[in-house]
Design a protein around this ligand. Structure first.
Ligand code: LMR
Length: 393
């Protein structure tokens, strides 16, 4: 059987985990996979989450199945987190999914069921795993330009021009905030223009929001999604709790759909659960139950928000620190965009060769497209990291 298979191409982000593990150098710097780290280099369990888990352990009296939609309290809380308090949710249905990735995958499959000849437009560049996921759902992929590497900003006019060529009914995948891998994001006016373009050209928004709370704040990071929701009749959203609740390995996400009316929403949700049933059946409970406990308890929510906010501001401080150090070492303001970017990542604009030199000569690891995970920067060695970056230019 297996003799027919060729070796799989390793995922370029996950491959870094193995390379790092094998590197014995003590000074190694991990700017690779998108996992938050504190200033001791640890990825902590968040305080509120730990309390929720303790409560879960004491209070959970059954591990019987919950059903295809998972934890309905979690789904309700996640819908509010994304769409905001007071949003009319009657046309929205949410299904718990195994991580943001699981949500992306089942939503892509749902769209394929709804429109077998569907085309999806993804940003160039995008999170590398978007491509195999959309391919696995057999959607036709087209790309829109997104990033001006020279200035580190969004190529907004080029993005709009490309999307204006999309056919009615095409799907447009947008990063809700904290664009991965670039760190360059749409501002409020640009979201407004994209929302109008989607509405007038009858394009279908697919929003991937995996870093809510890591950019400008929990509410601010959802503003683009909410602008789109206010303009279009229907859309889907894949949300992740991996980063903002730090429950990476527990696989906690939500697949949301907004339909034109309640009847269509209910039918679409049934199909979405059918997709889930045909793949993994039901989502894992533990992490979502803990997130639900946090979000249904005012005190735990307040503590979670405060810890999330300190993670966000720590990343902002690191951005400013690295941009300052790069300005000094390179004697130019070329890298100032690092301080203007938001979220976990910035793309520095180095060549794969320069990235490889940083790895071999300086034990600094980043994705080969020169994406850095800002949270991995050692705050007390920013000068050293900046000097190494400048040395390979
Ligand atoms: C990343 O982009 O590094 C994270 O989302 C982890 C992953 O699964 O790729």
């Amino acid at each position: 059987m297996f003799e027919t298979l060729e070796a799989a191409k390793p995922d370029k982000i996950l491959a870094l985990i193995g390379m790092l593990r094998e590197d014995a150098r003590e000074n190694k710097v991990d700017l690779g996979v998108g996992v938050y780290k504190d200033d001791t280099g640890q990825t902590p369990v968040m305080r509120a989450l730990r309390q929720a888990e303790e409560r879960l352990l004491m209070e959970q009296n059954s591990k019987s199945y919950l059903g295809l939609a998972g934890d309905t309290g979690f789904n309700h809380a996640m819908t509010t987190l994304a769409f905001g308090e007071g949003f009319d949710v009657s046309r929205i249905r949410t299904v718990q999914a195994p991580g943001g990735s699981g949500a992306l995958r089942i939503l892509a499959e749902l769209l394929k069921r709804a429109k077998p000849d569907a085309t999806i437009w993804i940003s160039d560049p995008t999170w590398p795993n978007h491509v195999p996921m959309m391919q696995a759902a057999r959607l036709t992929i087209k790309t829109y330009p997104y990033f001006d590497a020279e200035t580190g900003t969004v190529s907004f006019e080029a993005m709009v021009a490309a999307l204006e060529t999309a056919a009615p009914g095409d799907i447009v995948l947008l990063h809700g905030c904290c664009h991965n891998p670039t760190g360059a994001n749409l501002n409020g006016a640009q979201w407004e223009r994209i929302a109008q373009l989607l509405a007038t050209r009858n394009l279908f928004p697919f929003i991937d929001i995996a870093y809510q709370g890591f950019g400008d704040g929990l509410e601010e990071d959802a503003a683009g999604l909410r602008t789109v929701a206010a303009h279009v009749p229907e859309m889907v959203v894949a949300a992740s709790c991996s980063k903002n609740f730090a429950v990476y390995r527990d696989r906690v996400g939500a697949a949301m759909l907004m339909a034109r009316n309640e009847k269509e929403a209910t039918i679409a949700a049934g199909q979405l659960m059918g997709v889930a049933r045909g793949s993994y059946s039901m989502p894992p409970d533990h992490g979502a139950a803990a997130v639900r406990i946090v979000l249904e308890d005012a005190a735990l929510t307040a503590d979670w928000k405060s810890e999330l906010e300190s993670m966000r501001t720590r990343m902002l401080d690191l951005r400013v620190g690295l941009a300052d150090a790069l300005r000094l070492k390179s004697n130019s303001d070329h890298f100032d965009f690092v301080a203007r970017h938001r979220g976990m990542f910035s793309r520095l604009g180095l060549t794969p060769e320069q990235v490889a030199r940083l790895r071999t000569e300086h034990a600094i690891y980043m994705v080969d497209d020169s994406r850095i995970n800002v949270a991995g920067l050692p705050g007390d060695r920013l000068d050293e990291v900046a000097a190494a970056i400048v040395s390979v230019l």
